[in-house]
Design a protein. Sequence first.
Length: 519
Amino acid sequence: MADLEIYDTTLRDGTQGEGVNLSLVDKIELTKRLDRLGVAFIEGGWPGSNPKDEAFFQEVQQLTLTHAKVTAFGSTRHARNEPKDDPNLQKLVASGADVCCIFGKTWDLHVTEALRIELADNVAMIASSVSYLREATGKPVFYDAEHFFDGWKANPDYALDTVQAAFDAGAERVILCDTNGGCLPSEIVAGMQAVRGRLGAEVKIGIHVHNDGGLAVANTLAAVAEGAVQVQGTINGVGERCGNVDLCTVISNCELKLGHRCLPAGHIEQLTEVSREVWERANLVGPANQPYVGKSAFAHKGGIHVSAVQRNALTYEHVPPESVGNTRRILVSELSGRSNVVAKLANRYPALSDTAVVKGVIEELQDRENEGYSYEAADGSFDLLVRRHVGEYQPAFEQLYYRVHGLGTAGPVTDLVEATVKLLVAGKPALHVAEGHGPIDALNQALRFALIPAFPELEKLQLVDYKVRVVNSADGTAAKVRVLIENRFEHQRFGTVGVSENVIEASWLALVEAIEYAL
């Protein structure tokens, strides 16, 4: 199958999504990461729109990119300006980008209502803008036909006139946009056929769709099947409203299912890592069930599923998780059967071959989940539960008591909270007092400081996430809460869980199990 150009607009269109904000450093670092992934084009921003994007195009010139060409985005000239006098076009020229990509109006509604100009004037703006950029930069120019499919449905002849103008003026790619994201795959196919019918087989068509109808991936794959040579989208599908098409899903489907080459050989295995870095830099938590790269994409919970996957992964996995850099996860819950427990920890605890031992683990697991515990994201706590049943649990210390209280009114005005922890470590009492930003931080500090003299390796233990959830909300303020703590220890991440009517007690239980598991 033919190679497919991947045009990434995470740094521009993606940042228009609610809650998505990337600093200049983020944009530069993601440019380097996307280049290592191997995308063909990276749209860095709109240099005429804000100082950050202008600074980006200055900074990015200092990079040596291996695979990607940097693209600057902008619009056609203003109706009152000649191209050489248009500030937007001048910013594009000055950006020094490898490619300029401009958008223009395709839908007659936008021409008459938004631009408030004559239809013929808009066609002239498109042609002159493309032509000028080609001459001024000597570099390729792409044309994004904004709202193409809505425009084509409303006034097909005029929509085709606009893309004809861009093509005749020298646009190397004509990108058809479903800007409102409401088209069906059949409409994408029909629109592309109309463009090819007008411009001829030599036109190189790209596709740029949004996900407002939940069909962005389907529409993109329909365009690829119809002969699109370029796909524009964002990592994780971030973008305005319901987002752009998710390139992680598109690349995976095109390479693994359709045989297209989207990235350099073997680079598709970086997709999960890139996806998570984008979520991290955007300061967002991605959906666990995101196709291919999500945390739950290859997670198995039902006992029948787990048993089958252990025998043959094809039974419940459509592709190997490692093909996109993801991993298989076996979940445990009250729905678990023997196969879940054995598959998850038999390599660590051979005693799990004993049916009676596994039966005891499952019974305790079900009892605890009935009390409000959840072990799907608490691998550390589940490991300790199994250790107790196989006779390999040896507590590293004995808890005597803990106390948490605010500083007295006679002391300095501060937000710090004080916690006292007393333990028995190797038969000797260990007492420590610590301050923290809130009771949980204070408890964590006191617990660690009390143990580090005996267990210096705990210096490597780092709390990275903390979540609280009400278990039985009908009980109001007396409801049980479940605290899930995620820790990092020697490059491994694991979770522990605690449940109580008291949020501090639940947190303490999870903190203690984190230390026990790490040790």
